[in-house]
Design a protein around this ligand. Sequence first.
Ligand code: SAM
Length: 262
Amino acid sequence: MTVKAKKSLGQNFLIDRNVLSQIVDTVKIEGKAILEIGPGSGNLTSFIFKKNPQKIFVIEKDDDLALLLKEKFDNEINIINDDVLNIDANKICNEKLTVFGNLPYNISTEILSKWIIRLNNEFWFDSLVLMFQKEVADRIIAKTNTSNYGRLSILSNWKLNIKKIIDIKPESFSPKPKVDSSLLLFTPKDKFFKLKNPKNLEMITRVFFSQRRKMLKKPFNQVFKVPKKVSEKFNIDLNLRPQNLEPEVYFKLVKEFEESGS
Ligand code: SAM
């Protein structure tokens, strides 16, 4: 059975065996429960399979590909033929999952943000090995005071350690995407800043970074009832820009907002 790649589902299949090997060498697979997002025609799945995991779950939205995977792997893997955005990953299995995904680029940040926002104190995974469009990966790993630093960097850094594994050229895929890709490894942080509602972190970073060239005065006035009090408490110069504040400062500002309602 051959399947034509569907652009609307971000289907760029990995065909470079070196890259596939590098991906499965990123973390231990043997004996682990694996979740793969968007397995496509099963190229990466086969490499994972060869490393003797305890079990594999895959979530694939495309009905044709889900059928193809069923033919290829029979009952050796658990196929969830659904949209990953509809799935509560907490409920897939009792063990901690090791997650792989050559993500569809149009929804990659949505998947990651949703997972982070919904994380409770018990992580449902021990690692995430995820491929992103390089430009998105650069934003995720960006440091304070750089132009790539923003909402995605702050949100990802909240509960996760992040490491870049490799950059991948378009030639490694079929069909070839127009952009480079990067593989990132995320692991849970032992300690992270406690917030009442992660949506407040989303909201505050949205307000701040939707006007990233403006001085901090403006978003402070929008978010806090008594901005001067908050800026003095945390010793923040309101003439700086949003990209000059470390993630930790944003977490503190969110906590202040949650506690004072201001
Ligand atoms: N993992 C395969 C590989 O590396 O060759 C395919 C990766 S391809 C970039 C993305 C895959 O995600 C496609 O198989 C696509 O059908 C699937 N996909 C797209 N949107 C999805 C969604 N919302 N939920 C689950 N799978 C999705």
